[in-house]
Write a protein that binds this ligand. Structure first.
Ligand code: GLA
Length: 472
């Protein structure tokens, strides 16, 4: 693809950010040149998948609840060429941070050590191979996800899901497998379990189903479709509020080290369900615990949690209570949980249940143009994440407080899994550059950590990058 064709292919995805200084054209041209240097000249195809910022709805997805993410124009792009064998040669434009990886696609691909970037591509390849039920061809691949165009790694902006999604999309396309978007999103969500975290569906769904200038209100409960095996999800594209901008500020606290806490939280929610089921057998996920679903007032739902759920419990307590049969028993083995782990069930459930209500209230507030209320819900979500879900950290609290204290900010909260990462803030149009500059400066002074952030530009979901004549 020459520059003119490439610019034409990039324009519908990145708009005015395609060309010019620091534009995407420079990034893609660089990636194409790097690919040719490593793998030789010849036809290639280009694919991309965006990272996301979640506006509200944290740790609700694996509880069949509600989320409201939007895709960023920061993404992972792959240059790829199919191979005649099943080998995947994976290279990165930044080989020092992301060293070369090579593996063979099979239905059981051996994992690299925890945290290795190649695992996301392996997970995608294995899931696709299992779904296809036949041999797949491999590929020579060069990944480009460097700043300023890439999704910052380990910052809670879903760089790993973007990599999983773009790898699955690429390998599916090179193998002539035509997966509808929803099927691809589901495949990618499960593919990521390969790396050891029992994540939900939010990140992969938004990376695939996003529309420009829209957030996605996604109901994460799968519902049977008309055909056998068919599954649907209720979702609605929500316009971003006019006159406001979304800012992302990075605390520079990386959450890699605390990934195992994620599985503990998933377990705490499932323990909560097992206990609540004793009174309400119809509850299968925390999503089912709401004032509306149980025909109770909000206050009664909170009283129910006080009554039915212990402040904390252990595996031994659960065993004594006869709760270690399937499926909880299998969970302890699968999730890699230590024997002496303490589970703070009541407060975890309180976060999820109130967070689901906040997402629904956010949708109402946004459709009524009540941006002030949405801002307050974002703040409440942050406090619930720190106090009840204990997924906060001091630096992120400092950053969110600094945002809230700045003129023009309506609300700010930690986004993504937590334990570090980024804060998302809703800011009045025109104030965004000032807020960014002031908050990052104050954050550096308060913590000694680097201060950085950006004004979000939204992007459409994952796609092949091509112009009419792009292939070849
Ligand atoms: C991570 C997971 C998501 C979701 C969020 C928390 O990003 O991948 O599935 O659970 O954490 O909301």
């Amino acid at each position: 693809m020459n520059d003119e064709m490439l610019a034409r292919a990039l324009a519908p995805i990145y708009g005015e950010r395609s060309v010019g200084r620091g534009g995407q054209l420079a990034r893609y041209s660089g990636a194409l040149a790097a690919f040719s240097t490593r793998f030789g000249q010849g036809a290639v195809r280009l694919f991309r998948a965006p990272g996301r910022v979640n506006l509200i709805g944290e740790h609700t997805d694996y509880n069949h609840g509600y989320v409201m993410p939007m895709a960023l124009d920061k993404d992972i792009a792959l240059v790829a060429r199919p191979r005649a064998d099943a080998i995947v040669n994976l290279r990165n434009i930044d080989p020092e941070r992301f060293p070369a990886r090579t593996f063979v696609i099979s239905a059981e691909i051996p994992r690299s050590p925890l945290g290795d970037w190649g695992n996301y591509v392996k997970g995608a390849a294995q899931a696709l191979r299992q779904a296809a039920g036949r041999e797949l061809c491999g590929a020579d691949i060069l990944a480009s996800g460097q700043a300023p165009w890439g999704v910052p790694a380990a910052a809670g902006l879903s760089s790993s899901s973007a990599l999983t999604v773009v790898a699955a999309l690429t390998l599916a396309a090179l193998n002539g497998i035509d997966l509808p978007k929803l099927a691809l999103a589901r495949l990618c969500s499960e593919a990521e379990w390969y790396v050891g975290t029992r994540g939900g569906i939010m990140d992969q769904f938004i990376s695939i189903l996003a529309e420009r200038d829209r957030a996605l209100l996604l109901d994460c409960r799968p519902r049977p479709g008309d055909l056998p095996g068919e599954v649907h999800y209720a979702m609605r594209q929500v316009p971003l509020p006019a006159g406001y901008r979304v800012l992302v500020l990075n605390s520079a606290v990386r959450r890699e080290k605390t990934k195992s806490l994620y599985n503990v939280r998933v377990a705490e929610c499932r323990i909560g369900v097992a206990l609540l089921k004793r009174r309400y057998p119809g509850i299968t996920h925390l999503r089912d615990v709401s004032a509306e679903a149980l025909g109770l007032s909000d206050a009664h739902v909170l009283a129910l949690l006080e009554d039915m759920l212990p402040e904390q419990t252990t595996r031994d307590d659960l065993r004594s209570a006869g709760l270690l049969d399937e499926p909880l028993g299998a969970m302890f083995a699968d999730y890699g949980l230590s024997d002496d782990q303490v589970y703070r069930v009541r407060r975890r459930c309180r976060h999820v249940i109130t967070e689901n209500a906040r997402v629904l209230a956010s949708e109402l507030a946004l459709s009524a143009g009540d941006v002030l209320r949405f801002g307050r819900l974002m703040n409440d979500s942050h406090f619930s994440m720190s106090r009840d879900y204990e997924a906060g950290c001091r630096e992120v609290d400092v950053l969110a407080d600094l945002c809230r204290e700045s003129a023009g900010v309506l609300g700010a909260r930690v986004t993504g899994a937590g334990w570090g990462g980024c804060v998302v803030a809703l800011v009045q149009d025109g104030c965004e550059v000032g807020v960014l500059e002031q908050v990052t400066r104050q954050y550096v002074a308060a913590t000694g950590l680097p201060g950085e952030g950006f004004v979000c530009a939204s992007a459409p979901g994952a796609s092949e990058v091509r112009s009419e004549n792009a292939e070849g």
